[in-house]
Ligand binder design. Structure first.
Ligand SMILES: Cc1ncc(COP(=O)(O)O)c(C=O)c1O
Length: 391
């Protein structure tokens, strides 16, 4: 008998890690450092919160069901913005708004796959991608990355079968942090097009990319929509995680299929959240540039401070977006090290095993540090605790 859908996958990793905190105590001189989740902990800027409050009080339509594919003004704004920033042509009918980027991924996969189909994911992978594929009855085909955490298109080509429906990339990467070079992303588009499969590219962390200008040229290809599905999240940019607003850019024909999924699952994205996202796009560019500069400074602090850890056998594998992905020097596997770090060092982070297929042993040596919520002093503290730890 086939398993129920949810029984085909694992429990949510962030929740599992949170349970390591049960019963743990943190003395005043060593409070918990939580670098487990890639989510801004501060609320949105005050002006945006005022817009949210004002929308709730004065815009009656914001309390009703809205269009399944999202607010037309927000779709149009994103189309115009992305057309400009990627130097291509995206129509508003090629944009839909979703209840967060995770839902966009789920919707995209539902338009592409049937039972037993395959999707290629570079490893370490984003665990929610793996979880959705499991629950959708789709086989995740792991594409191991090398020491630089970059996937190799030739290796991917060798994994394509007649059941492959898509390759899904995340750049800047979660959990690896790495920013995929433009030519690499282009090589994946060409590969996918040759094989008539989709290229899904999740750019949740695009606003924190260290490169200036467009991170890839895929939208400059006038036929991008025959292959490309681009995903975005408003969660990180404007600190709207709890409002659940994301987006998908794809062909109009695919969005007609996506509409079936979204209508059934959530009917429409959060209306107040969409107004907030729209106001953010109109008014918070400067503010977001400041946020990006701060994240890049924190990233530089990781880079600058890492030699202290490297001396003790740590290795920095990837750095960017919200993440540092590291190899630890201890004999303990990372899934045991995680709870121990809570108890002995007051650090909550996620083990590499949560981002890897079970059979892959590399995850046991790796850890993800979601550093975005730590300022320079906090990063210094984190490194002091890590260098002081022994197992
Ligand atoms: C790669 C990636 N995609 C999607 C998401 C989820 O975004 P949202 O809050 O928009 O669902 C995250 C959040 O951590 C992420 O890291």
């Amino acid at each position: 008998m086939p398993l129920p859908r949810t029984a085909t996958t694992f429990a949510p990793p962030v929740m599992e890690a949170r349970r390591w905190l049960d019963g743990a105590t943190f003395p005043d001189h060593r409070p918990l450092m939580n670098v487990s989740q890639a989510a801004p902990v501060d609320p949105p800027p005050r002006a945006l919160r005022e817009v949210i409050a004002e929308t709730a009080l004065t815009n009656d339509a914001a309390h009703l069901y809205g269009p399944v594919l999202g607010l037309p003004e927000l779709r149009a704004e994103l189309a115009e913005r992305w057309s400009k920033s990627y130097g291509g042509r995206i129509d508003s009918e090629q944009v839909c708004i979703t209840s967060g980027c995770n839902q966009a991924f789920a919707a995209a996969i539902s338009t592409l796959t049937g039972e037993g189909d395959e999707v290629i994911l570079p490893t370490p992978w984003y665990f929610n991608h793996k979880m959705w594929l499991d629950m959708a009855g789709v086989t995740s085909i792991a594409l191991p990355t090398g020491a630089d955490l970059l996937p190799d298109p030739d290796q991917a080509a060798a994994l394509i079968t007649d059941r492959t429906r898509a390759i899904a990339l995340v750049t800047p990467n979660n959990p690896g942090g790495v920013e995929y070079p433009s030519e690499l992303v282009r090589a994946f588009l060409d590969l996918c097009r040759r094989h008539k499969i989709a290229l899904i590219i999740d750019e949740t962390y695009r606003d924190f990319d260290s490169r200036t200008g467009a991170p890839h040229d895929l939208f400059q290809d006038p036929d991008w929509h025959d292959t490309l599905i681009h995903l975005y999240s408003f969660s990180k940019a404007y600190r709207l995680t709890g409002h659940r607003v994301g987006a998908m850019v794809a062909s109009q024909a695919r969005l007609a299929e996506v509409e079936k999924f979204l209508d059934t699952v959530a009917i429409c994205p959060n209306q107040i959240g969409q107004y907030a996202a729209l106001w953010g796009m109109h008014n918070l560019s400067q503010w977001l540039a400041g946020e990006r500069a701060e994240i890049l400074d924190r990233r530089a602090a990781i880079q600058d401070g890492f030699p202290r850890l490297a001396e003790q056998g740590w290795r920095l594998m990837g750095l960017g977006g919200y993440f540092a992905y590291v190899e630890h020097p201890f004999d303990l596997p990372s899934n045991q090290l995680g709870p121990e770090l809570v108890r002995r060092a007051g650090i909550l982070l996620l083990p590499g095993t949560m981002f890897m297929p079970e059979h892959d042993r590399d995850g046991a040596r790796q850890l993800r540090i979601a550093f975005a919520n730590l300022d320079r002093a906090g990063i210094g503290q984190l490194f002091t605790r890590l260098t002081g730890a022994s197992f």
